[in-house]
Design a protein around this ligand. Structure first.
Ligand code: HEC
Length: 147
C-alpha cells in the first residue's frame, strides 16, 4: 500500500497505519457499488457490494459464497460454494445478533475458533474490516440476512 495514500487530509491516519485499504480505494468501491444500484443492476448497496466485480471480485463475498460466480455463471446468490450457503435465513440463525455477524465479517474466521451459534472457523474466510468501511459491512450484512 503506497504510503502517500495515508497522508490524505480526509484520511484517518491511525487506522491507515493499522493497515486498512487507502480511503481512495474504499471510495472507489463505494462509487462503483452506488453506480450499479443507480443502473438498476442491484437493488441495494449491500447487494452490489456482495457481488462487486471490481478488482476481480477481491472485495466481494460472491466469489466464495455463490457457486459459478467466479467463472461468470452465477447460480443462487449466496447459495454456497467454497463458503457455506447463506440463504434461507441461515445467517440469522447463525448470528441471532446482527452485531455479532458484523464483528465476524470484519475479523474473518479463525482456524479452530467457534463463531456464531454453531460455526466452526476453518480460517478460510478473510476479514473485511480492513478492506471495507463499517457502513459497507453493515449494508452487506443487512442484505445477507434477507437472503
Ligand atoms: C475467500 C472466500 C470467502 C470470502 C471472500 C467470503 N467468505 Fe464468508 N465464509 C467463507 C468460508 C470458508 C466460511 C466458513 C468458515 C471457514 O471455514 O472459515 C465462511 C463463513 C461465512 C459466514 C457464516 C456462515 C455460517 O452459516 O456458518 C457468513 C455469514 C459469511 N461467511 C458471510 C460472508 C460475507 C458477507 C462476505 C463478504 C463480505 C464473505 N463471507 C466473504 C469463505 C469466504
Amino acid at each position: 500500500m503506497p504510503r502517500e495514500d495515508c497522508t490524505d487530509p480526509t484520511q484517518d491516519t491511525k487506522m491507515c497505519d493499522g493497515g486498512h485499504l487507502p480511503v481512495a480505494k474504499q471510495q472507489e468501491i463505494q462509487a462503483e457499488a452506488e453506480r450499479l444500484v443507480k443502473a438498476g443492476t442491484y437493488a441495494s448497496l449491500g447487494e452490489a457490494l456482495f457481488n462487486l466485480d471490481l478488482g476481480s471480485g477481491n472485495y466481494s463475498c460472491a466469489r466464495c459464497h455463490t457457486k459459478g460466480w467466479s467463472y461468470g455463471e452465477p447460480q443462487i446468490t449466496g447459495g454456497g460454494a467454497f463458503g457455506p450457503n447463506l440463504t434461507g435465513g441461515s445467517s440469522v440463525r447463525q448470528f441471532p445478533n446482527q452485531e455479532d455477524m458484523i464483528a465476524f465479517i470484519s475479523a474473518g474466521s479463525e482456524y479452530g475458533k467457534k463463531y456464531g451459534e454453531q460455526g466452526q472457523g476453518g480460517g478460510r474466510m478473510p476479514g473485511f474490516g480492513a478492506m471495507l468501511t463499517q457502513d459497507q459491512i453493515k449494508a452487506i450484512v443487512e442484505y445477507v440476512r434477507g437472503l
